[in-house]
Design a protein around this ligand. Structure first.
Ligand SMILES: N[C@@H](CCC(=O)N[C@@H](CS)C(=O)NCC(=O)O)C(=O)O
Length: 213
């Protein structure tokens, strides 16, 4: 297997955590997003979206979209489970994960931020304010949910990490990169501490990757 990755990509960070939790160690290729390697012809031939991550499976399939890759891993390597055993629990975990992956992360993606400055001509300060604003709006709702919903445990859902935690930890890392004050989110920070105490999360951190700068 081969993972097309970039140390700073939070979507790839999700897949790195899931791979570690499943004890699967693919070969790794770094796609340098800041240098535009995601738009090189050979990469676009494989993934026309020009985004990381992409995973080439041992069967030769090219999988894209972090959550689709993680669900494939879950089906291919069921232990440890990253989704709860009950349908309502799975819906809750997916809802938390999608609140991050669909409603926070895309607004802060590199190509969106580049469009703001390069095409719309906003200043760097305005761009950073945009990134902070949408991250804050999304994390505030997550904090409210996780603080009040009884299914929250040491992790987002009960006592073991799920796909929700796999999305949360990279998003908090992104939030720090844009200098968002995380003090209003004690539940998120408590869950993050539980996650990063696990080697699977700690070893997936951007700073631990071989292409880290
Ligand atoms: N929904 C996609 C998002 C993938 C994505 O946006 N990846 C970012 C890095 S986190 C990327 O490749 N950005 C390149 C660009 O914006 O040009 C997923 O979950 O895999």
């Amino acid at each position: 297997m081969k993972l097309f990755d970039y140390f700073r990509s939070s979507a790839a960070y999700r897949v790195r955590i899931a791979l570690n939790l499943k004890n699967v160690a693919p070969e790794r290729a770094s796609v340098h997003l800041r240098r535009g390697a995601q738009r090189a012809d050979d990469y676009l031939a494989m993934n026309p979206q020009g985004l990381v991550p992409a995973l080439v499976t041992d069967g030769g399939d090219v999988l894209t979209q972090s959550l689709a890759i993680i669900e494939w891993l879950e089906e291919s390597y069921p232990k440890p489970a990253l989704l709860p055993g009950d349908a309502a629990g799975r819906a809750r975990v997916r809802s938390l994960a999608l609140a991050i992956a669909c409603d926070i992360h895309p607004l802060n993606n590199l190509r969106v931020l580049n469009y703001l400055t390069g095409t719309l001509g906003v200043t760097d300060e305005q761009r950073d304010g945009w990134a902070r604003y949408w991250c804050d709006v999304g994390l505030e709702a997550l904090e409210t949910r996780l603080a009040r919903e009884p299914a929250t445990g040491a992790f987002c859902h009960g006592g073991a990490p799920t796909i929700a935690d796999i999305c949360l930890v990279p998003q908090l890392s992104n939030a720090r990169r844009v200098d968002l004050d995380l003090a209003p989110y004690p539940t998120l920070l408590r869950i993050e501490s539980a996650c990063v105490a696990l080697p699977a999360f700690a070893n997936a951190a951007p700073a631990k990757q071989p292409d880290a700068e």
